[in-house]
Design a protein around this ligand. Structure first.
Ligand SMILES: [Zn+2]
Length: 476
């Protein structure tokens, strides 16, 4: 009896502790997101179905900014000379906290919201990175903060920043250049993922550039001696890159995409074009590899006796981690706990795993302990990295697809258009809203997050790696 009594008392204490950590204001954040839930899901699904690619996200940008406006935000559209970029602001004074939202799709991976591969619209784009969820969840978090401001429970400025073209061109670079994050104390971001995580890892630096070769056309059989082949140069160039692979650090990645290799077999091609990308752990380590790969274009041009041209598209910095920010976020993830899934959702996830040849383990939404920051993060790159060199940045990952799902693929598109994705969206809105609330309520936390940012950045003078002139809105 005594044992049972002790157990009962212990349980009561545990329950009280768990509840007492979810403050009234945090509960308000959760309530706000739930109040807007059906509308947020509707917005996300509309962006998912439209699947607009880089710099063409006209309707997606409008849906998000319209809902921000309808909720009392002042919206500035077309910022940084990008028609689909916008900043929605509410409140005044400090702290100034921003949350950014992406909404662009990837070309050619249209997919229905089902666990087997079938296009929603043949040849169209698809949200293979879950950016329909990304932009919408960030909007939900910003609205939750705004509603607390409206009630006079917190004060300061909240900005929801609509950032186009993350998949290509990296729209944030021009937005940074235009000073969009000037005066912001802390920026909040998240990304759809296959697990829930307060992000403590960096991302890779990269550079994108176009190489074009210009030769002389001729009949491929009748007078080939009159021709100088741009596609010979292209082949020699990619061969050079592939030999070079053996002599770079294991952290280096080099990719190319042949965009034009000539049109027909009976003409010596006078034009060829490649999109080349070089990555490494950080920008400093990437630059010498970039320079060498550029030099090789000249070598290929000499061998094929053609002319060449190199044009910078843009380049990304690695992400500056903020562990203090991640700690604040982690506490909120622990408060929210894991996402719960229905049997149908788990079956959907397992079917995706079956079709993509993965172990059928279903979903992973357990809250894990904060990770150590690795020296070499691996993985991909993001223009949030560049934002993180201009303002202290907190990053979240939330499950929106089953474990081991191939990213940038039809499988991610499928999950983003149904309840697995929706649950991740709503969860992310709550987690980001609660974390931003901590910052609004505790000026000391803002200072600690900013202090870590300043220390990590050091005296590095950031400059966006973009070509002169306006953003490449009309390029494809
Ligand atoms: Zn993405």
């Amino acid at each position: 009896m005594k044992k049972i009594l002790t157990l009962l008392i212990t349980l009561t204490v545990l329950t009280v502790n768990a509840q007492s950590t979810l403050s009234e204001n945090k509960q308000e954040i959760i309530n706000s997101v739930e109040k807007h839930q059906s509308k947020l899901i509707e917005i996300s699904d509309e962006i998912w179905a439209n699947a607009e690619i880089a710099f063409q996200e006209t309707s997606s940008s409008k849906i998000l900014s319209d809902y921000a406006e309808a909720n009392g935000f002042t919206v500035e559209k077309g910022v940084a000379g990008i028609p689909t970029a916008f900043v929605a602001t509410y409140g005044s004074g400090s702290p100034v906290i921003s949350v950014l939202g992406e909404f662009d799709a990837l070309p050619g991976i249209s997919q229905k919201a089902q666990p087997t591969k079938e296009a929603y619209e043949e040849g169209a784009g698809g949200h293979g990175c879950g950016h329909n969820l990304f932009g919408t969840a960030s909007l939900g978090a910003a609205i939750a903060i705004k509603e607390l401001m409206e009630q006079g429970k917190i004060s300061g400025t909240i900005k929801f920043i609509g950032t186009p073209a993350e998949e290509k061109f990296f729209g944030k670079l021009w937005m940074i250049d235009a000073g969009v994050w000037d005066g912001v104390d802390v920026n909040m971001s998240w990304h759809p993922a296959a697990e829930i995580k307060a992000d403590t890892q960096s991302s890779l630096a990269l550079v994108d550039f176009i190489v074009e070769f210009y030769g002389q056309a001729a009949h491929a059989s009748a007078d080939p001696w009159n021709g100088r082949s741009a596609s010979d140069a292209l082949e020699l160039y990619t061969t050079g890159i592939n030999y070079y692979r053996e002599h770079v650090r294991p952290t280096v990645r080099m990719h190319y995409h042949i965009q034009d290799g000539g049109q027909v077999v009976n003409v010596v091609p006078d034009y060829s074009k490649l999109w080349v990308r070089v990555r490494n752990t950080d920008r400093e380590g990437m630059m010498p590899v970039y320079e060498q790969v550029m030099k090789m274009a000249e070598g290929a041009a000499i061998m094929a006796n053609v002319d060449y041209k190199i044009s910078l598209v843009s380049g990304l910095h690695e992400l500056l981690v903020n562990r203090k920010g991640a700690e604040i976020l982690q506490k909120n993830l622990e408060l929210l706990g894991a996402i719960e899934y229905t049997d149908e959702e788990i079956a959907f996830g397992k079917k995706i795993q079956e079709v993509t040849g993965k172990e059928q383990v279903g979903m992973d939404s357990e809250i894990k302990p904060l990770e150590e920051t690795r020296e070499h993060p691996g993985g991909g790159s993001t223009d949030v990295g560049d934002v993180s060199w201009n303002v202290a940045n907190i990053n979240l990952g939330v499950t929106t697809a089953p474990k081991d799902t191939p990213w940038h693929s039809w499988a991610v598109v499928a999950c983003g258009g149904m309840s697995i994705g929706h649950k991740g969206l709503i969860y992310s809105s709550k987690a980001m809203g609660m974390t931003m609330l901590d910052l609004f309520e505790n000026p000391d936390l803002v200072e600690e997050v900013k202090a870590e940012y300043k220390e990590r950045k050091g005296d590095y003078e950031y400059k966006a790696m973009i070509p002169d002139g306006p953003p490449p809105i009309d390029n494809d």
